[in-house]
Design a protein around this ligand. Sequence first.
Ligand code: SF4
Length: 472
Amino acid sequence: MSSPKNVLLVFLASNGGVDGIQSAHDGENQKHGLKNLVNRTAGNLIKKTQFAIPPLALMILASAEVEGIRQQICDLRFEELPLDAPWDLIAISVQTGTASQAFRLARSLRDQGFCTALGGPHVTLFPDSCQPHADVLVCGEADDLWKKVLEDLKTGTLQPRYTASALPDLAIPRPVRAGLFDPSRYFTTNVIQTGRGCPFSCDFCNVHVLNGNRLRQRRIPDIVDEVQRFREQDNSIFFFVDDSIDASPEYAEQLFSQLIPLDIRWFGQATTMLGQKPRLLETFARSGCVALLTGIESIEQQSRSAHRKAQNRATELARNIITIRQSGISLYGSFIYGLDGDTLETPSAILDFIRHTGLDVPGINILRPNPGTRVFERLREEGRLLFDPANLDAWRYTFGQELLYRPKHIDPHDFIDSYCTLTRKIFTPLQSIRRGISAPAAGAAVTLFNLFYTYLYSLSRRDLRLQQKKSL
Ligand code: SF4
């Protein structure tokens, strides 16, 4: 019998957010040597506060069982690459923000004699530019495709490119293995996906591009089973990673009704329209939902229309948020400032909105025109990108540390001034404590997250000011 083949699945650390933030200008400006040291220390502290969650895509791949194949995940946010083992294939998951890093690593591994594969969203969107960097490309949702790759690895018939012929039917049971990660490193390892796809088409988002506009859902008994199995390994909170856990209210109602007896605590992502679904909202609260993340994006109707944020009218947002909070669920609300309907009046409107709704954790993002989205193509055609679109390093920083385009109605200098003023007003230690005290649930986490953002936005202001001086 031939010896088993060993496969390593690699997840890269990005240069920001929960991975331990770095300044976009670290190392460039010696005057800020002390600040750089402080930032590195704070970055390490942020890592240790454990907001990180494990990479679900790699958990799904590692759960594919093929006889004669052994798989292991390496999360480079916490581990070194174990290159002393005889890996038959090393596969790297690639997001646009980590693409340059992934390509460098793949080339170096190839030079050391390892067979390498690349997959993930960036590879799916841009296979031709990724092909030269690895032996094998895996394009598309790889739930079924990955087994074919593993079979071919076994028989020595690996092909240079594998492309999913269709979006997988998620109703076919594909249990995700529990216990793949050390729970002490993460906010939670209880990461569950109930479905994929989004019926909406916001132009700054590529979820609908990658996963399609049709909602594909898993079977409810498979999810209930997964929750039970995961809970045996990690007793912490569950994270339902779906982009809109309320996208199908009937399905969500059935699923979370069945989770009530399991007595878990959970958080997830939902639309603000949940505020108009009282029955579902009550079921969420009864099933242990303590917090939801919601993409508010813009409170300006003009901006919502300009970017195809079709669901939910601006006038309904505040009422929905207040209703959701009244049900005992804390809300993280994510805004994008700098959309095409925004003006210099927008920041004070955002500030009033946050005060009025009592939003527990506000996220104030600058529009990121990611490659593969419609807004990227439009801004490129309109000559509004402030960077070379071929330079993948422009997306290294996942947080709002750089302005990547010219806002439509606001001069870039004025935009940075107004963005910095807005975040300075929203994020202070005192506001963080106040929000934690008034949060309907998970007050300690709300305080901690606001404090984390207070630091992160101070760094963002510093980087944006440097960009103002250097290149605007
Ligand atoms: S932003 Fe949300 S609602 Fe809009 S397309 Fe993306 S996932 Fe769907």
